[in-house]
Design a protein around this ligand. Structure first.
Ligand code: KDG
Length: 338
């Protein structure tokens, strides 16, 4: 009897030792790091340069992390317009987004500096300033609002469209009902020019133009074309009155929770995707202008003298921007764009 008990005891001891080793082995080889999912949402349809920028970012990050980070993209305003998406990124319900800079100003007033009309003279200066100290200071300022600002992609230089009159000078604008982005300085600017501005989310714009709720709007050629605004507008004035970037934003807590390796991959990927997207946006801008002219819409090339009439009327706006954005950031950008 004693012998049997001894054998059983040895067997139990051996099994428990094997189980312990087995657990260690299981711990060493089979542990798979948990997949990280990024929920990225934006307000434009899939045939736009910004969507191409998101696809490039997704391709690079998923490839460099071996699929450890997966990016799910929700385009076309599926998860809301810019304001809703900025709030969703702050709360962490959406991980990343690319709102235009104008709606960002409602959350971080320093961004009003980008709404100074005719601030930039060309793309080379835009990229130089936004990728330099001035732009990076602006991105850094988002961190006080639970947002990590990663980069500026390209929406573009904005042009005025309308269904009523060929606009060459501010005098042609009087009383025109113009939709603006949800931004106080844009509202003030078009009021100062003599128009009758209405703030409206991007998703409502086509219907408002079609139903003549508003007479006109202003956007870069790519969005005028890809959203078919030109089909319900008769005149386009190449005002190029403001350059709008898309601000690539990420929930701050999510970004800071990443490993140093993953942060480095995100940072490199956004730089590469931004360069890729800017090239695509500038090409689409040229293609869209040509296609709109091909469709028989008159595009008015304003002379410098005509543009100067807009600039002169908008001079008082500088004080309003300084009051909202703060003297310091305005000084930084005016020095950088001299
Ligand atoms: O999500 C789309 C927005 O970025 C939108 O702001 C684009 O230029 C735009 C506009 O006029 O609203």
């Amino acid at each position: 009897m004693k012998k049997i008990l001894t054998i059983i005891l040895c067997l139990v001891l051996a099994c428990s030792m094997l189980a312990a080793c087995g657990n260690d082995d299981a711990g060493a080889g089979d542990e798979v790091p948990e997949k990280i999912t990024i929920k990225a949402a934006h307000g434009l349809n899939e045939n736009t340069a910004i969507h191409q920028g998101w696809l490039k970012f997704k391709e690079i990050v998923e490839e460099k992390t071996g699929g450890q980070i997966e990016i799910k993209i929700f385009p076309a305003g599926q998860l809301g317009g810019d304001r809703e998406l900025i709030e969703a990124v702050q709360m962490g319900n959406v991980t990343m987004s690319s709102p235009s800079s104008a709606p960002v100003s409602s959350f971080n007033k320093e961004f009003y500096v980008l709404d100074i009309p005719f601030l930039f003279k060309d793309r080379a200066q835009v990229y130089d300033v936004l990728d330099g100290e001035a732009g990076q200071t602006l991105l850094k300022s988002l961190e006080s609002y639970d947002i990590k600002g990663l980069s500026f992609m390209e929406n573009g230089f904005r042009n005025l469209t309308n269904s009523k009159v060929a606009v060459r000078t501010p005098d042609d604008l009087q009383g025109l009902k113009i939709r603006t982005m949800e931004n106080d300085i844009h509202l003030a600017a078009w009021t100062m020019l003599g128009a009758n501005p209405t703030p409206m989310s991007f998703g409502e714009l086509f219907t408002a133009l079609q139903q003549k709720t508003v007479d006109g709007q202003e956007n870069p050629f790519e969005l005028i074309y890809s959203n078919k605004f030109y089909e319900v507008q008769d005149y386009i004035s190449k005002t190029q009155h403001i350059y709008t970037p898309y601000v690539i934003i990420c929930n701050k807590e999510f970004y800071e929770g990443l490993s140093e390796e993953h942060k480095a991959i995100m940072d490199e990927a956004i730089l590469e995707a931004t360069s890729y997207q800017r090239t695509a946006a500038s090409e689409k801008d040229v293609e869209a202008e040509a296609a709109i002219k091909e469709a028989g819409i008159e595009v008015l090339d304003l002379t410098n003298e005509e543009k100067d009439l807009f600039k002169e009327k908008l001079m008082p706006l500088y004080d309003q921007v300084k009051e909202k954005a703060g003297e310091e950031i305005v000084k930084v950008f005016l020095n950088a764009t001299k």
